[in-house]
Design a protein around this ligand. Structure first.
Ligand SMILES: CC(C)(COP(=O)(O)OP(=O)(O)OC[C@H]1O[C@@H](n2cnc3c(N)ncnc32)[C@H](O)[C@@H]1OP(=O)(O)O)[C@@H](O)C(=O)NCCC(=O)NCCS
Length: 179
């Protein structure tokens, strides 16, 4: 989890709190992930969820955060969860690696929240002793690409046509950052 909450003012003047997710965020988490599914966001987890499914997911997530397997950060604006992110630590011979996931709710993009979260996750990953972060993005996701390059990630390869949706194939691009 982020070691302590961080507060900053977004480019549009809104106050943003970055902190770790809590059990009380369940309703917001459901609304958040379902809004991503409805939008057809370019992320891998895209099915709508029921309350039970999300409660199970959040329970597992809280346990993994507690164990230190996941470094997470959510963004809260006006008391509402508007972004979710994580670094999932790998295990065994890959335990120096962390895999990043990040999504921001529509209406809260382009105001610096993604950049602030990425910087926080990078800093926390270094503090946790990780040596490298990696992630995947849809080749078509130019906004994500711009963000990841801006914070220092570089492309190392791609899985051609890994994504198939609405009759179209899209490459999945892998990027890494050595810490
Ligand atoms: C991709 C995403 C995480 C970016 O986060 P964000 O908060 O919108 O990005 P920020 O406002 O912090 O902008 C950071 C950088 O991203 C790029 N960026 C942001 N908005 C952009 C736009 N409309 N067009 C082009 N580049 C853009 C720029 O490089 C920007 O840096 P700059 O402000 O110095 O120009 C966010 O848009 C999102 O969650 N989208 C939907 C889900 C998703 O695609 N997740 C990523 C999966 S890999």
């Amino acid at each position: 989890m982020v070691t302590q909450p961080r507060i900053f003012i977004a480019k549009d003047g809104r106050r943003v709190v970055l902190r770790s997710i809590r059990w009380e965020d369940l309703d917001d988490a459901i609304e958040f992930i379902n809004s991503m599914a409805d939008e057809g966001a370019e992320i891998l987890r895209t099915e709508r969820v029921t309350r039970n499914e999300e409660a199970e997911w959040l329970g597992r997530r809280l346990a993994r955060i507690e164990k230190g397997d996941i470094i997470d950060a959510i963004a809260e604006v006006d008391g509402k969860v508007v972004a979710n992110s994580e670094v999932e630590k790998r295990t065994g011979m890959m335990s120096h690696l962390g895999y990043i996931g990040l999504a921001i709710r529509t209406g809260y993009r382009g105001i610096g929240i993604g950049a602030a979260i990425m910087k926080a996750l990078i800093e926390e990953s270094r503090m946790a002793g990780l040596k490298m972060l990696f992630l995947d993005h849809f080749e078509t996701n130019k906004i994500a690409r711009g963000l990841y390059e801006k914070v220092g990630f570089r492309e190392t390869g791609r899985l051609p046509k890994a994504i198939h949706r609405s009759g179209t194939y899209t490459d999945l691009v892998r990027m890494v950052l050595e810490l």
